[in-house]
Design a protein around this ligand. Sequence first.
Ligand code: ATP
Length: 193
Amino acid sequence: MRIRKLKLTGFKSFVDPAELVIEKGLTGIVGPNGCGKSNLLEAIRWVMGEASAKSLRGGGMEDVIFAGTTARPARDFAEVSILLDQLDGRDAEVVRRIERGAGSAYRIDGRDVRQKDVALLFADAATGAHSPALVSQGRIGAIIAAKPVDRRAMLEEAAGIAGLHVRRRDAELKLRATETNLERLDTLLGDME
Ligand code: ATP
C-alpha cells in the first residue's frame, strides 16, 4: 500500500484546501518552525483512524479543526483524504471528516464506513495510525524505551497480523453472544417442559 495523494481542508493550520502529491521514493517535508510539517503527518494518522486527541497534540478531537487567527475566523469542520495504491493494484480513497458538535465520519470510496473498517483496511496492509513507519518527533526515543509487550505489537503490525487480532476479538465476542443465547434458549425450553 502506498499513499499517493493527501488532501486537507480546515485541518489544523491548513485552513484552505491543500493537495499534496506523494511521489514514489523518499519524501521529505522541509520548512521553517511552525509552518505545519508535523500537522501533515498528524493529518495522515488522523485519517487512518487515530482516536487519541493527545497524540495529535490536542485536548479534544475538535482541536484538529482550524481554530482561527486574528485574520481569519475558525472553521466548523476539518476533512482529510488520502488516495492509496493498494497491494492488489486498486486505488482507494479514505476520507475522515469532523464537524463541531457532530464527531467524526469516515468514507472509503464514497461509502460511509465505521472507524473499525478504516482501521482494518490499514491493519491488513501492515500500517495504520500507530505504525512505526510514521515517525514523529520524539517517537524514536519512545520506540527504544518501549516495553516488550508494546515492541511485540509493533512487530506484529510490521508482519501484517494486527488485523487478525481485531478479527479474532470480533469472533470471540460473537461466540460469547451466541453462547449466551443458547443458555437462554435452554432455560426457555426447560421452563416449557
Ligand atoms: P517545528 O519545526 O517547530 O516542529 P512544524 O513545521 O512541525 O514546526 P507544526 O507543529 O506542524 O509545525 O504546526 C504548528 C502550527 O500549527 C502552529 O502555528 C499552530 O498555531 C498551528 N495550529 C495547530 N493546530 C491548529 C488549529 N487547530 N488551528 C489553527 N492553527 C493550528
